[in-house]
Design a protein around this ligand. Structure first.
Ligand SMILES: [Ca+2]
Ligand SMILES: [Ca+2]
Length: 473
């Protein structure tokens, strides 16, 4: 009934396009790749014309107050059109000849172009290494080495001294999808609220971004339109946390250590049009700052809604070396640094592989911070050596060895991983210098001769199904 009252059927514009308007409504798409882009537009008619003229657009939303036009590739579904009371918006349905239009699932669908991300690594500075949204220290938080990736540093904040990072250049996060991720180590969660990441425009609904710990649990806040986790964060423990806003579906999500913790549908999009990003502090209302105590590292702002599998890899794929294009590059989110000698590249199982042919050949990766923690699960998949080998560990299942995706043997439960508590180093193909004195139960110290490919290390125990998939690339 609602739609019947507010629909206006425009005349046929041409032989291919019919436009319907649904006033005081917003569109909640279920297809994550549906959003084409947002554009500043001063009139509803211009937004209609923009959608008509863009061959990809089948649905648009015009936000009158903010003068923003959002274009979607998804065909207008009536059950995705929702009434709104707090903001003035109009849904525009452009019915075009579907023969001419790509669908979201089609390989011909144009992929949205995302704005560049921002990465604050806190490696002895507050620079944004991707997009130049550089930060400024306030209250003198301190750098401590190493960082979560075994080099550089983390930034340590003391709430009692009002310490935080301020990003002076405004970044528009409104009416769009975005993902905020970081590693954190909280030393005190006794405050009512501890701020991770924020951007405050005004103390109005959906105009004050504050990602925080509230009573010791993660909370994603737009202001009066918030997602609260029930997970209690332990102090003095490293966590990877991800806050996602998917504008296409209006979904807010929190992931902890790569796994979905909780989600909900927002009432409205985040819609602050000003305010500076802060890290280690949030401010819901003017004059009521909430500070964080502990370490924060590798803060990544991505201008899209990351998928569950991307987030799981970000949190648990510690290092990944494909050796493709003759590369020594670690494609994991931690970007560990490798050293090597007397190696070459050859045709691999997947594109290129690395070759070890001499007694002095080696490939070494430093900085396995997370493998230095007692009883923390891990999985090592050294290679497609045209046999695929995988080792996994958890305190529940002990060590497991897989060959070509099949579980071959296990120590069973009860095996404790007594770690060094120090940074770990992974060496491929050889033992180096003083590290040659492997114990008899440990790996052989003779050099390996041959090829290795597609090395991955995870800080979680992969399941049998995961390993089967990775062993059949
Ligand atoms: Ca760092
Ligand atoms: Ca490869």
């Amino acid at each position: 009934m609602y739609f019947l009252l507010i629909c206006t059927l425009f005349p046929v514009i041409d032989s291919r396009t019919i436009v319907q308007l649904h006033r005081q409504s917003i569109y909640q798409s279920n297809i994550s790749c549906s959003l084409v882009h947002n554009q500043s537009i001063s009139k509803l008619n211009d937004c209609i014309r923009l959608c008509q003229d863009d061959y990809r657009c089948q649905t648009a939303v015009y936000f009158k107050d903010k003068q923003i036009c959002s274009l979607f590739t998804e065909s207008c579904q009536k059950n995705s059109i929702k009434p709104t009371e707090n903001i003035t918006a109009t849904v525009i349905c452009c019915k075009k000849n579907s023969q001419l239009l790509p669908t979201c699932a089609s390989t011909t669908t144009p992929q949205p172009v995302f704005e560049p991300a921002s990465l604050w690594s806190f490696d002895n500075n507050t620079n944004d290494s991707i997009s130049n949204y550089h930060g400024v220290l306030s209250g003198s938080p301190i750098y401590r080495s190493p960082g979560i990736n075994g080099y550089g540093s983390t930034l340590w904040f003391d709430a009692a001294n009002n310490q935080f990072v301020n990003v002076p250049t405004y970044r528009n996060l409104s009416y769009r999808s975005f993902t905020v991720q970081m590693w954190f180590f909280s030393t005190n969660t006794s405050s009512y609220t501890c701020g991770f990441f924020g951007q405050r425009h005004a103390a109005n609904a959906d105009e004050s971004l504050h990602y925080v710990l509230r009573n010791g649990s993660p909370r994603l806040c737009f202001f009066s339109d918030d997602l609260q986790s029930s997970t209690i964060i332990q102090i003095n423990t490293w966590y990877h946390i991800t806050f996602v806003y998917n504008y296409s579906s209006f979904t807010q999500s929190i992931y902890r250590d790569g796994m979905l913790d909780c989600n909900r549908t927002s009432n409205n999009p985040y819609q602050s049009m000003s305010g500076l990003i802060v890290i280690g502090k949030t401010e819901q209302q003017p004059g009521t700052p909430w500070y964080f105590s502990g370490a924060i590292d590798e803060v990544l702002l991505t201008m899209k809604a990351k998928t569950a599998s991307e987030i799981l890899d970000d949190a648990t794929l510690v290092t990944y070396h494909s050796f493709d294009s003759q590369s020594y590059y670690d494609a994991s989110s931690l970007r560990l640094k490798g050293t090597y000698a007397n190696v070459t590249f050859s045709i691999g199982k997947v594109n290129q592989a690395i070759d070890f042919q001499s007694n002095s050949s080696f490939y070494e990766i430093d900085g396995f911070f997370l493998l230095g923690h007692a009883n923390r699960s891990y999985s090592i998949l050294p290679s497609n050596v045209w046999s695929h080998i995988a080792y996994t560990y958890s305190s529940n299942n002990g060590l497991r060895l897989y060959v070509n995706g099949t579980l071959m043997n296990t120590t069973g439960s009860g095996l404790q991983y007594i770690c060094s508590g120090e940074l770990n180093t992974l060496v491929l193909a050889n033992a180096r210098g003083n590290r040659s004195s492997c114990y008899s139960q440990s790996i052989a110290s003779d050099p390996y001769s041959g090829s290795l490919d597609e090395l991955r290390v995870y800080s979680r125990e992969l399941a049998t199904d995961d390993i089967y998939v990775l062993s059949h690339p």
